[in-house]
Every structure is written in C-alpha cells, then in structure tokens.
Unconditional design. Structure first.
Length: 562
C-alpha cells in the first residue's frame, strides 16, 4: 500500500511518460500472471525487463525488487491496470490499455477514477483526513474555469487542493496571483520564488514549529534543505500531472508559456465529464468494491460513448452526412474519428515541414535553442529533440524522421522511446542518426554513452547504408568525448565495425545551421556527408580526443563557408 506523508495533492510520478507503461505491463502480465508479487518475482521481472528490446535503463539495478515496485506499484497499480493481490493479474482496464485501439481513452477513464483517500493509499497519522478529492478531475475543472493554468500556478497553488471543497479558494488564489504578477513585471522569478516559499512555510507551519524538518532522503534537518525538498516535490507533482493529462488528448500545451489548456474542440467533452462524474471518492474502506470499480474498462461514461454525440463530432470535423453514418457501431464511429484526427495531424506536420524547409523559421529555431538553454521552456528535453528535428529538416536533402511523439495538434508530446535514435535521417546513399541531450558532466557519459552507440549500430543494420551519428549537447563531457573517440578507432561487430559518431556542442551545431542559412544555395546531402567524412577523417588522424575536439571546431567553421 502506498503511503502519503505530505500535505500536498498527490499524483503518481512513475513512470513519467504514460505510454512507457504499456510494454512493461504487457511483459508483466505475459510472464508473471498468476504468480505472487514478491521479492523473487520482482527481481525476476527486472531481469526480464533488462533483456527486453524496449528497456531504456542500463542493465539491472542493484536493488531489483525496489526498481520493480517503483515501476509497477505506482501508476500501473494505482490506475487499475494491474492487480497485484493475491497474485499478478491483468485487469479489464489494463487489457484495454495495452491491447486496445484507444489507450488514451482508457487512460482518461482511469485518471477520472483515481482518488484520495482510497484503499490503495494510507495516510500518515498526522495528516489523516487531509484528502478528499479526485485529483485529475478537479485539475481538469480548474483548467476549464481558468481557461489555462501555468506550471508555476500549478506547483504553488493547485497542489494545495487536497479536498475538492477547497476548489473555489484555490481558483481565487490563482486569480489573485495573476493580478499581482502583472504588478511585478521585470522581477517575475523573484516574485514567484517569494510566493512559493511563503506557501511552503504556511502549508508546513505545524511541522516546522515542531522541528520535524528532516526528510527520509537526508539527515539534513535545516529549514533551507526542507524548503528545497518541498519545492522539488511540488515540481514533480506538477510535471507528472501535466504529462498524464496531455496523454488523454484533451489538453493542449504551450511549452513557451509553460501552460496547459483544453483543446477548443474538446471543451464539450470536458464539460460532459465535469457535469457527470461524481466529485466524491467512493469505496474508501472496501478494497474489493473499489477494485471492481477501478478495474472496469467502461466507466466512467465519456461524451463519445454516446452514438449521437460521436456522430455530431464526425459531422463537425469531417464531411459526413447522418445517412452515411447511420447503422455503424460506436467502435466503427470512433475508428472514423481517429482516422480523421490522424489525417489532420499528418497534414499539420506536413505543413510544418514545408515551412521549415523554406528557412522561414530559421530565426525562431535559433531563438528556441537559446531559450531552451536559458530554461524558458516546459519539458526542455522534449523541446530540444523537437527543435533539433526542425533544424535537421531545415538542412533538407533527406527524409528526416523525429522519433518523438506528436499530439493531435502537431505539437511535441513525448520524447523518443529508449530503443531508437532521437532522430533518423535517411539520405540517398547514407543514413544519419542524431542524438540530443541536456545532460552534462559524468551523468552525460553514464546515460548516453552506450545507448548512442547501440542506436547507431541498429540504424546501420536497418538501413544497410553507410551510417553516421551526430551527438549534440550544450557541452560535451570529457568522458563522453573520449568514449566516442575510442569507439571510432575500434572495429566492433555489434556496431558494424568502426563507428562514426561525431560529438557536437550546441554552439557548433547552431553554427552549422547559420552556415547553411547563409550559403549561396540550399545545402544538399553531399554537403552534409562531406562534413561528416571530414570530421571522421580528423578523428582518425588526431593524436588524442582533445586534438580531435579542436579539429571538429575547425571543420564546423569551414563548412559551407564562402
């Protein structure tokens, strides 16, 4: 049973990306159904997971059982996709989530049922009675009434709504915050920090007064450390809720303003939810009744579960007549809707690509890179992938595929899966993988070194072409540089011989973009390959990795220079 020790609105934070649950739940149900969920099966699950082709980690962790519980006992269990007691069993909701055609729809149903308190969550005796809410339902209501909510508003105020009876007070606090913000132009960061710290001091005043400021993660009981820990918790909950709500398909995002809102064409669906789904938690003391309720794949009822409603949606977004839609089942009607939405998304992305290739977005792409480094975007790693895809597309000359996911409006939704490059570039006679990271220091080498080389080898094998890789980061760690320098000199069968991985700092990559923009004609694949070949030749001739680093800079400066 999960234990809640904090007086903040609780959201499941593992995994960060909802879609990443699907293969892991599938693996668990296929290999462990009918078995008890104990230390032995937890360790066996992690061993199986580490061997899977979708696993994103680095081998098996030291505490396998804890890692298994962290992956399964949080969102998969809390949202009713898997039952762990008395033994592992896939629920009806879980089956629809991993095998159905509309995982976003079933995910929405489960979010709406998530509640506090519940038989799945125990509360610290000092905070018993604090919670009485369906968190995702009330956040949807808050976004609907306020028209949007920013990340800062969420992390400071929304996480204080532990009981839905506080809704109006929280909403009004956000409105006052917006008024005060307009009076603090030019000093927003300091203004937000002051409001944030004051909120933490107020929320935890009893605990602070009692001197209970040490957290489980540290022996440091200072008030400064306590405030920093609470800030981290509030950020994590805001981030988790944003990601989970976005996956439902109801929520649009502005990465630049760090805010979420409801898609205009989904407002009618949200209004239906807010008017029909009960705000009260249910079956608080009856775990079996709660399970029956939570595990159902068909509740609560959504707007598009009604035939007349889905027909109206289709007539609004498509060119159908009622006669053409008559006699079709709900599932057939939903299939038609999904096809139209996909066609619209593909058309939007196609328009984006055309605009990008014209260099019309050159300044915006450069500005976005600078703003990402300045931490002005929500989910900066995702925006880094997306903007690098735009930059590679602008260089033109090939089929540039970003492996991150788009939402229905053609905006970036989630980063690429861990078993593929961030970006794949297919040119006539060669292929290029592009990997990006905002990681720095030793963590960059530990997180990226092996996966980058593995993805490179996979693309080389899949394409059957001469293959290169660009590794782009704001700064290249010395260990990362040395690792790729060494790989480029060693014939390794797993990577198809000597690798051709070229590390670039973001400033260098932006210089390449600038050179292409100022070039007398649009660069062609042969121009890109000439740069790649020259950088690899410099690696072969370099006396060491630092000498190669200097050569790469010269290569960057010279590329397409007049």
């Amino acid at each position: 049973m999960a234990r809640i020790d904090n007086k903040l609105l609780f959201f499941t934070t593992s995994p960060r990306t909802p879609a990443k649950m699907i293969p892991e739940i599938k693996l668990l149900s296929e290999r462990f159904s009918g078995k008890p969920w104990n230390k032995l099966t937890q360790e066996e699950f992690i061993d199986e997971l580490a061997q899977s082709d979708f696993f994103e980690g680095k081998g098996s962790p030291s505490d396998k059982a804890f890692s298994a519980r962290d992956r399964i006992n949080r969102a998969p269990k809390a949202l009713g996709f898997i039952d762990l007691n008395p033994c592992v069993a896939l629920t009806d909701a879980g089956d629809s989530f991993i095998n159905g055609k509309r995982p976003q729809e079933i995910f929405l149903r489960q979010l709406l049922k998530f509640q506090l308190p519940s038989p799945y969550h125990s509360e610290n005796r000092n905070i018993v009675g604090t919670f009485y809410i369906r968190p995702y339902l009330e956040i949807l209501r808050l976004v609907r009434e306020l028209e949007y909510i920013t990340f800062d508003e969420f992390k400071i105020f929304a996480v204080q709504m532990t009981d839905y009876h506080k809704f109006e007070a929280i909403r009004d606090s956000i409105l006052r915050f917006r008024e005060e913000k307009s009076q603090n132009r030019g000093q927003y960061k300091r203004f937000v920090n002051d409001i944030w710290e004051n909120a933490i001091l107020e929320i935890h005043k009893d605990r602070i007064a009692a001197g209970k400021t040490r957290t489980r993660e540290t022996n440091d009981a200072s008030l400064k450390k306590f405030i920093a820990t609470q800030k981290s918790n509030m950020r994590d909950y805001a981030d988790a809720c944003f990601r989970y709500l976005r996956y439902t398909g109801l929520i649009a995002i502005s990465h630049k303003s760090r805010s979420i809102s409801i898609f205009e064409d989904k407002i009618v669906e949200v209004d239906f939810i807010l008017s029909t789904v009960s705000r009260d938690p249910v079956y608080i003391d009856d775990v079996n009744a709660y399970k029956a309720y939570l595990f159902s794949a068909n509740s609560p009822v959504l707007y598009t579960d009604n035939e007349a409603n889905i027909v109206d949606v289709l007539m609004r977004i498509g060119s159908f007549t009622r006669r053409e839609l008559a006699g079709k089942t709900i599932e057939e009607l939903k299939d038609l809707r999904d096809d139209i939405v996909k066609q619209h998304k593909d058309a939007v992305i196609h328009e984006q690509v055309a605009e990008i290739k014209s260099y019309a977005l050159y300044s915006e792409i450069i500005d976005t890179f600078n703003e990402i480094i300045a931490d002005e975007y929500y989910d900066a790693p995702l925006m880094f992938e997306y903007n690098t895809w735009r930059a590679m597309t602008m260089l033109d000359g090939g089929n540039i595929k970003g492996n991150f996911n788009f939402d229905d409006a053609g905006q970036p939704l989630s980063t690429a899966a861990g078993n593929m490059p961030d970006i794949e570039c297919d040119y006539d006679d060669f292929a290029l993988s592009v990997e990006v990271t905002l990681q720095s220091g030793q963590r960059q080498y530990e997180s990226e070194g092996e996966p980058v080389a593995r993805h490179y080898g996979q693309l080389k094998k899949k394409s059957g072409k001469e293959t290169y890789c660009l590794f782009i980061a704001p700064t290249i760690n010395a260990a990362t540089l040395a690792h790729f320098y060494g790989l480029n000199h060693l014939p390794i069968a797993l990577y198809g011989g000597k690798s051709k991985i070229i590390p670039l700092e973001l400033d260098q990559f932006m210089r390449l973009i600038e050179n292409s923009y100022n070039y007398e004609t649009q660069p062609e694949p042969k121009d890109i390959r000439r740069f790649l070949d020259y950088a690899i030749m410099l690696c072969e001739k370099a006396t060491d990795e630092n000498n190669w680093r200097s050569g790469i800079q010269t290569c960057v400066d010279m590329w397409l220079a007049s």
